[in-house]
Design a protein around this ligand. Structure first.
Ligand code: ATP
Ligand code: ATP
Lengths: 227, 227
């Protein structure tokens, strides 16, 4: 697999290194020679060049790439022109980082396959975890279903799964329970270990402090999350 | 809940708006009046101020906050000084965005409760999804267990769950199956819908193109992911 990463800011340089560590052949491009010097030991090839220079891009073989990620946001013109040139050359897969909604809209019009908003996506995740500290994670499994990880609500503490009537009353399934155990080590110090019970039976008791992993339709999960 | 967001770049401004939409009382601070004008209709209060000015921070009541997020990375000195002042004032929870590993190290030394690396975290996720396109998501449930979403491997196509020996041979459980159905609409056009089968029985048949949602110990999930 050959991937080009164009633009080596925090996002681009982390992406280039991470792909290289997984064994992907990475070719890094940036107009700033200092950035190229920093990365050349961590990728297959690194070139100093202005990515809006069509001839320069052709000379390093962008046509043969399995994919290219353009990570430039402070110079929107450079980002868009680079994507347009790559699209014209028939590059199979083009992804690009966007700095704003408007930037993203233009990238999509130009034919970019996937637009990424790192700061905005992470900001939404943080807002979610600040607002609902008892919710550890909500994962979209499909347009209709999601997985929720949350601390056991008060009304379920001390009950066995069958008696909580989760399936019939709330339409959610418990797929796992996470429980913390205090463990005394040889040196006399206590530490905490976490054990997980997968696909628990209906007779399993739920304890205060357990973290439940639940699966269900989105509207049922949303109702249950704030119980 | 009262939260301050200091520094309104892409990350900070998205965070402030997102928290406000959830009903959290958000107080936004930035030294740039243009940023404050942009955000003042979307938060409870917004102040133009240099966050390293201790008296100014006290005057807006940072002590009463449930938490504060400092989102400044191009001026590392401002980020660190602001966190140090907030720590001295006894603010309950301080989170901060970091622009590099070194920046993060100093923030932790100063006593920041949580350091966030939006660009780097998203870059790793993208590298993961580029390298393993058949893997849609790997979710850490606990230090020992994770959930994997992947396309059905060749050897399982056309078999019923019991005959795949997933539990005994690989130590992984199927918690759900996602399957795409072609649907013909009234206007004669076909579209694709996705159905999900939760906690499938051992007799359920697995079809080519199904997406499996699997749960198991990390080392078992890692072995199975590249089958
Ligand atoms: N025309 C161009 N050709 C090649 N590289 C370019 C071009 N324009 C900008 N770059 C490079 O792209 C990189 C990233 O730029 P930019 O500052 O826009 O990214 P960013 O999105 O702010 O970064 P971060 O990921 O750190 O948030 C810089 O290293 C810059 O030198
Ligand atoms: N001392 C300060 N007091 C208040 N605000 C400040 C101070 N220093 C910087 N800021 C503000 O912090 C904001 C974010 O700054 P910065 O550019 O460092 O963030 P960033 O991490 O690059 O942003 P992004 O989230 O867009 O990647 C800017 O709006 C800037 O005006």
């Amino acid at each position: 697999m050959i991937f080009f990463v164009i633009g080596l800011g925090r996002f681009g340089s982390t992406l280039a290194r991470s792909l290289h560590e997984k064994g992907v052949e990475v070719i890094a491009i940036d107009k700033d020679s200092a950035r190229i010097e920093e990365i050349e030991d961590f990728v297959s090839k690194a070139y100093v060049m202005d990515a809006t220079n069509e001839k320069a891009l052709s000379s390093v073989g962008v046509k043969d790439a399995d994919g290219i990620v353009v990570c430039i946001t402070s110079d929107i013109e450079a980002s868009i022109m680079t994507c347009m040139i790559l699209k014209d050359k028939g590059v199979r897969k083009i992804m690009a980082k966007a700095g704003s909604e408007l930037h993203a809209k233009i990238l999509r019009k130009v034919g970019v396959d996937r637009v990424i908003f790192p700061e905005q996506e992470m900001a939404h995740r943080l807002a979610e975890s600040i607002y609902s500290p008892h919710i550890f994670e909500v994962i979209d499994l499909s347009p209709e279903y999601s997985i929720l990880e949350r601390i056991t609500p008060k009304f379920m503490e001390g009950k066995v799964i069958r008696d909580t009537k989760l399936r019939t009353k709330y339409g959610v399934y418990i797929i796992a329970i996470k429980r913390k155990f205090p463990i005394v080590k040889e040196d006399g110090k206590t530490s905490v270990e976490e054990k997980i019970f997968i696909a628990p039976s209906a007779d399993e008791e739920i304890l205060k402090g357990d973290v439940l992993v639940l699966l269900g339709k989105k509207e049922n999960i949303d109702k249950f999350r704030d119980q």
